[in-house]
Design a protein around this ligand. Structure first.
Ligand code: MN
Length: 279
């Protein structure tokens, strides 16, 4: 009974907070679209000291009419619940390798450290909540892979040893970090990406060490490299799009890539059926 009372009180509190701050549901006319963006523990600490490790994502959000809401396992559960209840979009950025325990595998020896299962679990829980609310979700690189894992799919933990491809998906610098490379992808007709780029063949950047192996439930592969590896997935029913490449890195030099963000932030919200004002 106490639990029920507490839950009811919490709901009333959140409803009041929402009405006061205009947080929940769709933004009012003229309001920014609130975009949740995951920071890991270190990145969030840096952000609190004025250093943004995700500036490319933040400017992509802001320049397309959004307002960033930083999400991090540094936040308390209550703070996270309020933040997740307040956002209109969820953007999952690139980052480190996901702990393979989330798709039932042991760690490959080439898995890149540091692996942070607490952060992986935090993001996966955030995706579940965003899906339950029906808000649009965009996953980039690690975010694309995380969407697949959340939906029950698996990853190649180390592409060079597990896929055996002649497409270069990553060039390593002398410290083992990624250096920019590009490759072509083939985009399916009628997909979200085709609508954004209006072409079946496109050159995209590639920085990734892992990739999608088996596909998660509800997803459709909408772009692949010539080795067959998925480079974009969508679940148009639940407004989820994932891309293996990094549009936020190239959108200034190649404005076509900004279409990913203008679509993501400005798209029709099917839950309400009205177009958001992105200003
Ligand atoms: Mn690639």
């Amino acid at each position: 009974m106490n639990f029920l009372k507490t839950t009811a009180c919490l709901r009333i509190f959140l409803a009041l907070l929402c009405s006061v701050r205009g947080y929940c549901g769709e933004p009012q006319n003229g309001a920014h679209v609130r975009v949740g963006l995951f920071y890991n523990k270190e990145q969030y600490d840096q952000l609190m000291h004025g250093r943004d490790a995700l500036t490319n994502y933040t400017s992509a959000i802001e320049e397309n009419g959004g307002k960033r809401v930083a999400l991090s396992p540094r936040l308390t559960l209550d703070q996270t619940a309020v933040a997740l209840g307040s956002i209109d979009r969820l953007l999952i950025p690139g980052g480190a390798d996901i702990d393979p325990k989330f798709y039932g595998e042991r760690r490959h020896k080439k898995l890149e450290k540091p692996v942070d299962p607490r952060f992986d679990g935090y993001e996966i829980a955030g995706v579940r909540q965003a899906k339950a609310r029906g808000i649009p979700i965009l996953g980039i690189c690690r975010g694309f892979q995380l969407l697949n894992v959340e939906a029950g799919g698996t990853l190649f933990q180390d592409l060079p040893t597990e896929l055996g491809t002649n497409v270069t998906h990553r060039i390593y610098d002398k410290d083992g970090g990624p250096v920019r490379c590009t490759h072509k992808i083939t985009i399916s007709d009628g997909s979200i990406l085709y609508g954004l780029f209006m072409t079946n063949r496109l050159e995209v950047n590639s920085y990734h060490h892992q990739g999608i192996n088996s596909l998660g439930q509800g997803f459709k592969v909408i772009a692949r490299t010539d080795d067959g590896l998925p480079e974009a997935i969508e679940n148009s029913r639940s407004h989820v799009l994932g891309v293996q490449f990094h549009p936020e890195k190239d959108r200034r030099a190649i404005p076509l890539f900004n279409n990913v963000f203008s679509y993501f932030i400005g798209q029709t919200n099917a839950a309400k059926g009205d177009r958001l004002s992105a200003n």
